[in-house]
Design a protein around this ligand. Structure first.
Ligand code: ZN
Length: 280
């Protein structure tokens, strides 16, 4: 499936608000509708955070997460992923609180942040103890971790703390988050180094933040990876032009994929391409 590209949509996140783009979905119904349209446009996976439906403020409320996931699953058969990182910087959640929606709701996948860093002005704590604990628990639950690497060191954290210590067998799936202040800058050279640092059996995608959204995405396609788009990471379709919807961002990703001679992976193809722990 070398010509197939997995596109993930991250429809809401926890940082951007309707002051940044009035089209960001907040409620479970809005997020599910945006996800359905993104799925129909070519996305195979969705990455979810939860927000208070009335205010759009990030929340760790299990019932809100439950409503999001139920609405998304009712809307389309997309592969589901829940964050375990969002609440760390925005809500100051404990390690256990960050994992709880994953344990209760059993998505296909969960993000697993592969190291501590300064995320903008905030501390984003992901110690070796946390990484090990999450890897072990996700293995037990058969929820595929997606290791979020914000810098080269985090790839090596996973090799040392997870692979070498035997908490979860490879192959793994990674996201390279490019362009967060405090993480690796979004340049072609840096993405190449990240990509070439991975075991070639692993699955990966690039997440270009802000104005780097589609440049990093296009380079990832050229290098054989996938890409993530959506309002969590970027609210503009192109310079100065706010996107009307997540689906519009997915449509642009699909155009890039096809112009480069590849095709977006279907959900079934994406399931084969990723090291999901529960293939059912
Ligand atoms: Zn996220």
């Amino acid at each position: 499936m070398n010509d197939k590209v997995v596109i993930t949509v991250a429809p809401t996140g926890s940082i951007s608000t309707r002051a940044d783009n009035p089209n960001i979905p907040y409620t479970p119904e809005e997020v599910a509708e945006e996800t359905r349209r993104s799925y129909e446009a070519g996305a195979a996976m969705v990455h979810l955070h939860a927000r208070e439906p009335d205010t759009g403020k990030p929340t760790s409320d299990l019932e809100v997460f439950r409503a999001y996931l139920a609405a998304v699953k009712a809307a389309c058969p997309i592969i589901t992923q829940i964050t375990t990182g969002g609440g760390a910087t925005t809500l100051g959640l404990s390690v256990e609180e960050r994992l709880r929606p994953v344990e209760e709701l059993m998505p296909d996948s969960a993000s697993l942040n592969a190291g501590s860093m300064n995320f903008g002005r905030k501390l984003f704590p992901n110690t070796p103890d946390t990484i090990e604990q999450y890897a072990q628990r996700m293995k037990e639950l058969k929820v595929m971790p997606e290791f979020e690497a914000y810098d080269l060191s985090m790839i090596h954290n996973v090799e040392y703390w997870v692979r070498r210590q035997g908490f979860l067998e490879p192959p793994y799936r990674f996201s390279f988050v490019m362009g967060v202040i405090g993480g690796i800058p979004a340049t072609c050279k840096n993405l190449l180094v990240m990509c070439e640092s991975l075991d070639p059996t692993y699955s990966w995608q690039a997440i270009g933040i802000g104005r780097h959204h589609f440049t990093m995405g296009a380079m990832a396609v050229l290098l054989g990876g996938g890409l993530r788009v959506g309002f969590e990471d970027n609210v503009f379709l192109s310079r100065g032009l706010p996107a009307k919807s997540n689906a519009e961002l997915v449509e642009k990703a699909v155009r890039i994929v096809r112009e480069l001679g590849k095709e977006p992976a279907t959900v079934e193809e994406a399931r084969q391409m990723m090291p999901l722990l529960n293939k059912g």
